[in-house]
Design a protein around this ligand. Structure first.
Ligand code: FES
Length: 146
């Protein structure tokens, strides 16, 4: 596999500019990748580790932390028919029109709790039987967003 096929020259140059330093702060490397809209996964990060001259294990560990940080202000709402049929339609209608400031809404095709839907996920935790009212209360309690 040719690295340059997957990584823009500009991003490669940015990574090379930080060589010798990335091992001290791999989170900065991930921030750089995000800035360049680089699609991160275990395979692609192995290539990045090679360019950045750090251990793949180090970048994967940083990636796990980074994912947790990204999830802090993200509310994932199941948008699958199973959850919609159990009452998520009301939630969907509301949040398609009203996205609370400071909170990112992601529409997910299934969160894995289908039997107990409607489901949402917040801060990495799956929450089941979430009516619109419960979701609004969750947002208010957890984020202080009115
Ligand atoms: S269909 Fe909603 S969690 Fe699976």
């Amino acid at each position: 596999m040719v690295v340059s096929d997957h990584i823009s020259q500009e991003l490669q140059d940015g990574i090379k500019a930080g060589q010798g330093q990335w091992h001290k702060n791999p989170h900065s490397l991930l921030d750089l990748l995000q800035k360049h809209a680089f699609e991160m996964n275990l395979d692609s990060l192995r290539l990045i580790a090679n360019i950045a001259q750090i251990s793949p294990i180090q970048i994967w560990a940083a990636y796990e932390d980074w994912l947790k940080r990204q999830d802090q202000e993200v509310l994932k709402i199941c948008d699958n028919l199973t959850c919609l049929a159990k009452g998520a339609v009301e939630t969907r209608k509301f949040f398609k029109k009203n996205c609370p400031k400071g909170l990112e809404i992601q529409w997910i095709q299934c969160l894995g709790g289908c039997a107990s839907g409607p489901c949402v996920q917040y801060r990495g935790k799956l929450l089941t039987q979430m009516s619109l009212k419960k979701v609004q209360e969750l947002i208010q309690e957890e984020t202080q967003i009115p």
